[in-house]
Design a protein. Structure first.
Length: 497
């Protein structure tokens, strides 16, 4: 812990200077004077990553940016697909992250060291370039998804960094380091066959530390363990060994180096957020793993769990007597205990701006989610809320959007992860929900100014655009003339089907 702090003190000024010099400026959603327009977004509105990786892994650096490209003329716009791109490419480049900054960062360097053990065969740096688990770096070419009808860069290894700008470095580091910037920027470019940029935009690419360390460091100290990541891992392992599995995960040595960990929870607990349909099992990943001396369990006890990772994680925290009596009796409703709070407050969209809706009003609190069986199929469309109804088994005190407002009884949705809003589309079947409304959990208008820049700038390109009382250019894309040259320049709610 002390060595990490010392590294931070020495590197903060260097990293901040490098961030300002080495990165390109955000494009602020500008469009060139051409017949093409592009809108980009992050798929979830906030991703999480761990600050340390030597003990256990909840989530890796893994951020996804999507975009839709349209060609405009005298009639309705045409969606640019891989089939009609005519030599065009869609590329992306992060602003605050560079290969040099990430490789020098004390936390991300742990990812570089430990990720090959967490994901055997994975190379986190190739030819000096930082790579993500899906093969994309912090800059590259997006690929077209013919099912979801968008250009995408999956698994970008985005990571919160210290920029030296106090207006950006707002995330409190639970390990005591300097504040970091969780709301990163990705520039997206559309280039023709000659490499000329014909359209460009910028989008927020958020990633933050969750609240786990804030509680678990105190928990370790309260039970005689060091208030460090290593101490937290050791005590977490002991607690894990007290459940029915009997397995102290801190006593598992996957690679035979004589040290417990690192452990990836999804080796044994199914976690679709890791891109897996089933837990592989520790033995399948590390056939020669060992158990450290002094352990009170054997290899025969190490099995694939029947429960998803979301299920065991959330159910434990809402049912454990110590959690409820000592740490937070209302943890079922206090989402920021685990999800990014720490001055980040990842839920910031229009539902928060315009109403008093809280996460649990759509998703249900954790007790309700467990009772409804949502966590047995986490992240699935079937268990998540939609625009017209709350999540499975939940009755909300707030009215959802009526089907008559969206012009039909169903949304075009794909049978995939993350819910109907995130991967659905409407309005003549092509535009994605997030193309017009902004990214999930930061829907327009967001309470954070940076989220609103792209749509505000896009609609601001329409000469003479007007808005009803109470609305402005930060609201969802609704100036018809932005897409349809022969339509009105007055903002309104278009048909969604």
């Amino acid at each position: 812990m002390k060595s990490i702090k010392k590294k931070f003190i020495a590197l903060t000024a260097t990293l901040a200077a490098a961030a300002l010099v080495a990165t390109a400026a955000p494009l602020l959603a500008s469009q060139s004077a051409s017949t093409y327009k592009v809108i980009a977004w992050n798929d979830l509105g906030m991703h999480c990553a761990c600050p340390t990786f030597g003990g256990f892994l909840l989530l890796p650096p893994f951020n996804t940016v999507k975009a839709q490209v349209f060609k405009y003329g005298t009639n309705d716009p045409v969606l640019i697909t891989s089939a009609n791109a005519a030599g065009m490419t869609v590329t992306y480049s992060m602003v605050e992250n560079t290969d040099a900054i990430l490789q020098a960062d004390p936390y991300f360097s742990q990812w570089i060291s430990y990720s090959p053990k967490l994901f055997p065969g994975f190379a986190p740096v190739v030819g000096g370039k930082v790579m993500g688990l899906a093969g994309n770096g912090i800059a590259g070419t997006m690929t077209y998804d013919s099912t979801l009808l968008d250009w995408t860069a999956v698994g970008i290894p985005a990571y919160p960094v210290t920029t030296g700008d106090p207006t950006k470095d707002i995330m409190i580091d639970p390990l005591g380091g300097p504040n970091r910037d969780p709301f990163l920027t990705t520039n997206v470019y559309v280039k023709d066959s000659t490499g000329k940029i014909v359209a460009q935009t910028s989008t927020v690419t958020p990633v933050a530390f969750g609240g786990c360390c804030s509680c678990h460091l105190k928990l370790a100290a309260a039970n005689g363990y060091p208030s460090t990541p290593a101490g937290s891992f050791a005590y977490l392992g002991k607690m894990h060994g007290q459940n029915s599995s009997k397995i102290d995960i801190s006593m598992i040595d996957p690679d035979g180096d004589g040290v417990g960990g690192p452990i990836r929870c999804s080796w044994c607990h199914w976690d679709p957020a890791m891109g897996e349909n089933a837990a592989p099992g520790l033995a399948a990943v590390w056939p020669n793993y060992t158990i450290l001396p002094g352990a009170t369990f054997t290899k025969a006890d190490v099995k694939v769990s029947q429960y998803s990772f979301s299920d065991v994680l959330h159910r434990f925290h809402t049912q454990d007597p110590l959690v409820l009596s000592t740490y937070d009796p209302n943890i079922a409703n206090n989402c920021y205990d685990c999800h990014p709070g720490n001055n980040v407050n990842c839920y910031r969209g229009s539902h928060k701006v315009k109403t008093a809706i809280w996460c649990v009003d759509c998703h249900g609190n954790l007790n309700q989610r467990v009772a409804a069986g949502q966590l047995t199929q986490p992240w699935k469309t079937s268990t998540l809320p939609s625009c017209t109804s709350p999540a499975l088994g939940i009755k909300s005190a707030f009215a959802c959007h009526a089907t008559s407002v969206v012009g039909g009884t169903t949304y075009p949705a794909t049978p995939t992860l993350f819910g109907k809003f995130i991967n659905s589309r409407g309005h003549k079947g092509s535009p994605k929900c997030q193309t017009c409304h902004g990214e999930a959990h930061a829907e327009a208008p967001s309470s954070m100014t940076l989220d609103n820049v792209q749509l505000s700038t896009q609609q601001g390109t329409v000469a003479g655009a007007t808005y009803p009382t109470g609305k402005n250019s930060t609201y969802a894309l609704g100036v018809c003339k932005f897409c349809h040259p022969n339509k009105t320049s007055t903002w309104g709610v278009p048909p969604h089907m």
